[in-house]
Design a protein around this ligand. Structure first.
Ligand code: FAD
Length: 424
């Protein structure tokens, strides 16, 4: 759907007290906000955090419930423009038009062997965060009931009839709050019952003088880098023969010294790809928590955690963006159908056990990660791997997939988890 047509399709009049209608230079407009009888303005829903999950949820709420009054509160003044989100999907969506690149094939590279898989019916998309955020802000700002506030949220107070969101300057109330504030506030830590790893990476967008990349084939996992006791790989997104993003990624329990990422990137570019002259156009870095610790979804009677905070990051892969989109659509469906946002799909428990086993292996024997991921992708159709990672395959599909990975580490992990009472 064209952007303008989509904005029109979503428009329906409603009244809500204004905070900031554009969300662009939203510098603490909340001080100027009108009140009614000295009461803070009330909304149908407040999005606590306006990143990937907050904006997606707002978008789906507006589509399902035209005229809904929403307040999106974020401490940032502007959209993040410093990285990108990639995801696979087999259904066309409103996000397709925003894709910076879309690919129909992916490569997995191990040692001397390269496997190139055709993805159909899936496609692999890359969105730039700035494009996504600007699109969402423009579309949502066209909705009469949607308002933005720039403020840091200190506390969310749940109540039987309404929720109160306290910011550094004022407070607001709403019937529902969707909370995606950063999970660092949740004090994520390893525990004897759960596994906790970090996916950490530094990427360089580079331009070269010679053709280096095949623009049709990203490398999802390229293991041509020393493993040194942890799972390490390069993630290569080619934009053109002479331009692409190369990301050095590690799954481990702590970050590397700052310079190590650059050293590994240089070694890969110069030794493996044979690129001697290149310009770094942009750098991106990130840390994504990978844990099987259960995330609380419902936080009281009127607050739902979403995004990373709501456990939408797939523990064993770090992918979250498409899961966030699915979740946002499900929240809107629930609110429309039942008048509450809590009727959400729950994925089968067996996926928690698979995630926990893999995290246990990666945490204790990180050097095995390469063989596991290579066999997973090379001995299965990639569509089966996607269904597994999306937690939507049948038990028989899961069995077929598990029969292709090195058995001993998984048997050991499973037995040790049974012994420790971690498998129910
Ligand atoms: C660098 C990076 C790259 C990633 N790439 C991918 C990818 O390619 N594919 C994929 O599937 N997943 C990816 N992920 C994982 C995941 O999709 C993203 O982290 C995604 O942004 C999570 O969405 P979120 O809404 O939970 O968090 P965010 O997008 O970070 O949004 C949280 C928002 O809350 C605001 N906030 C926080 N605290 C407060 C407060 N106290 N008051 C007000 N506002 C507050 C923040 O300013 C922020 O805007 C990536 C993660 C990172 C960090």
């Amino acid at each position: 759907m064209a952007l303008a047509a989509m904005a029109l399709a979503m428009s329906a009049p409603s009244f809500a007290h204004g905070v900031n209608r554009t969300g662009e230079s939203a510098a603490s407009q909340s001080r100027l906000r009108p009140t009614v009888n000295n009461r803070p303005p009330h909304y149908d829903a407040i999005l606590a955090g306006g990143g990937a999950a907050g904006l997606s949820t707002a978008f789906h709420l507006c589509q399902a419930l035209p005229g809904i009054s929403l307040l999106i509160v974020d401490e940032r003044a502007r959209c993040r423009v410093d990285h990108s989100w990639c995801y696979w999907s087999r259904s066309p969506s409103h996000l397709d038009q925003l894709a910076y690149r879309t690919w129909d094939r992916l490569a997995i590279v191990g040692g001397t062997h390269t496997m190139v898989a055709s993805l159909a019916p899936y496609r692999y998309h890359m969105l730039r965060t700035g494009d996504y955020c600007r699109f969402m802000h423009a579309t949502l700002a066209g909705q009469p009931g949607v308002h933005f506030a720039r403020a840091s949220i200190d506390d969310i107070e749940d109540g039987p009839d309404k929720v109160t969101v306290h910011t550094d300057e004022t407070h607001y109330t709403a019937a529902w709050v969707f909370d995606s504030r950063h999970p660092t506030a949740l004090n994520l830590q390893a525990s004897s019952r759960h596994h906790y790893l970090l996916q950490h990476f530094v990427g360089w967008e580079i331009a070269t003088d010679e053709p280096v990349f095949d623009p049709c084939v990203p490398h999802l996992f390229d293991f041509r880098t020393p493993q040194q006791g942890a799972m390490r790989f390069l993630y290569v997104l080619p934009y053109a023969e002479d331009r692409g993003l190369v990301e050095y990624t590690v799954f481990s329990d702590s970050l590397l010294p700052a310079g190590s990422y650059a050293t590994a990137l240089r070694a890969f570019l110069e030794t493996v790809l044979g690129v001697q002259t290149y310009r770094i156009l942009r750098a991106e870095r990130g840390v994504i928590p990978m844990t099987d610790r259960p995330f609380l979804r419902r936080q009281g009677s009127r607050v739902l955690n979403i995004g990373t905070r709501g456990g939408r990051v797939k523990p064993s892969s770090g992918f979250a963006f498409e899961r966030i989109q699915q979740d946002a659509a499900a929240i809107a469906r629930s609110l429309k159908a039942h008048g509450h946002p809590f009727d959400l799909p729950i994925s089968p428990r067996r996926y928690r056990t698979f995630d926990a086993m893999l995290l246990r292996i990666l945490q204790r024997r990180g050097e095995l990660g390469q063989a596991i991921f290579l066999q997973l992708f090379m001995r299965n159709p990639i569509q089966r791997v996607f269904r597994f990672l999306d937690e939507e395959d049948t038990p028989w599909g899961n069995v077929k997939l598990m029969l292709t990975v090195p058995p001993l580490p998984f048997i050991r992990a499973w037995l040790s988890m049974v012994f420790e009472g971690l498998v129910q």
